[in-house]
Design a binder for this molecule. Sequence first.
Ligand SMILES: [Zn+2]
Length: 539
Amino acid sequence: MKLRYLLIAVAALVLQAPASEGKRWWSHIEFLADDALEGRNVGSAAFEKAATYVEGQFKDIGLRPGGVSGYRQPVKFESRVLVPEQSKLALLRSGVEEPLTLREDALLSARGELDGSVEAPMVFVGYGLSIPEAKWDELAGLDLHGKIAVYVNTTAPVEVSDNVKSHVTSAGERWAVLKKAGAIGVATFPNPRPPAGTTPDAASAGAASGRGGAQSPQPTVVLADRELQEQSGQTVSITATRRGAEKLLAGSGHTIDELEQLIVDRKPLPRFPLVGTLRVQEAVKRETVNSENVIGIYEGSDQQLKNEYVVMSAHLDHVGIGRAVNGDSIYNGAMDDASGVASAIEIARLLKESGAKPKRSILFMAQTAEEKGLLGSRYFTSRPTVPFDKLVADINLDMFLPLYPLKVIEVQGLTESSLGESVRAAAKELGVDVQTDREPEQNRFIRSDQYSFIRRGIPSLAFKFGYEFGSPEEKTRRDWVRDVYHKPNDDLKQPVDIEAAAKFNRVILGLLQRVANDTARPRWNDTSFFKRFAKPDLH
Ligand SMILES: [Zn+2]
């Protein structure tokens, strides 16, 4: 009996996170989300402080530098700000110029490459989607060469999985399809039925409206490397208001009321040319911005497998200083995503302290510019600091929300790859359940840095604290998304369950070790939509 108790006690010691782990985890957030760090905007001196902090931690722990220069992988960006006084939009019809008012009729995004002027015809292309698996192609038979494609910024009424919908409606994929059809730019009409509880999308909403909901435009930030620019070839990028849409539709035989009704009724939309041409004049102020991903490696022990890498990633940037809410203008980003970076640091430390010898290496990365559209991770997966075909998985932590005790982990990507079984087993060891995404319509699997890995064929997972429908936990999480997400009060004053976070870290530690020790590298499930991105020779 005694021996049994002793064994149980030892097992509990190994598996359970002592209170000190939670405190240590929180201490990193206290540094990274302090007002002094000014919301860690890309390119700011405060971001550099954050990078130096993480670098110091990685060094302390004894991780091997995994960057290009020590722990750092420099990433160059171009920041673009529209000069409104020198920018204008007008419709040209039968030789008559009809000016459109910026803001009231349309927003002009510096995401477009134009610096000067252009005049182009416009074609309304409905939802603007081509989804082969649904035999849905709104671009079939249309000539978009030299034209601006006008579409409603929402998903089409087709029966496909949420993953397919998420993928095809992402800004990058949408543009890839339109560009192939010859388009030189895009103009969007507003979605008359935004899904309830929608939160802004890093890639699209930020570009149009600026962070914090204010109209004062935040710069558009793109990777300086043209080869890696998703929107390359997109001369103009316009977001029409409802009033602007009415003006663009005038004379076409169609009205915004008609289109909105079709969308609400989930019907296909007509496709037709708009009358006249659009004249766009755009002046943009460009600047180079330097930032970096911070990378440390925990070396594997197996002669062969140590050359393969399991990536543990979390984004270091947040949105900086913005519009004041209740007198506070610092968007601290404590949960988004100082919490994930803190976990990555702590998990690396636990690994080291335990003396674990995983077979594969584990690459810890605190990446930049997630908030600008997953750019730091895009850069890393395109210009990796280790051989690309040796990246076996990405375990990404972004705002996992430890707001209540941990009973169940929501896993984004649970049913997509063999990583699902690995996380299930790791969670079970600590008495934690797993569940699939509670809100698949939010497209979370493709809305953080893991998507950069997924698009390049690498199996990935992301997480949130889970809940049962109708539970108090569901309310806590929904309230947080509504009241705290991307607001100045995502700061150090909010209630966080530090012990639950430490337990979560232990689960992720177990997951990393499983993936690092498994003889087979992770594979996409045959049923997964994302399997198509994997290179066949690797899997
Ligand atoms: Zn985030």
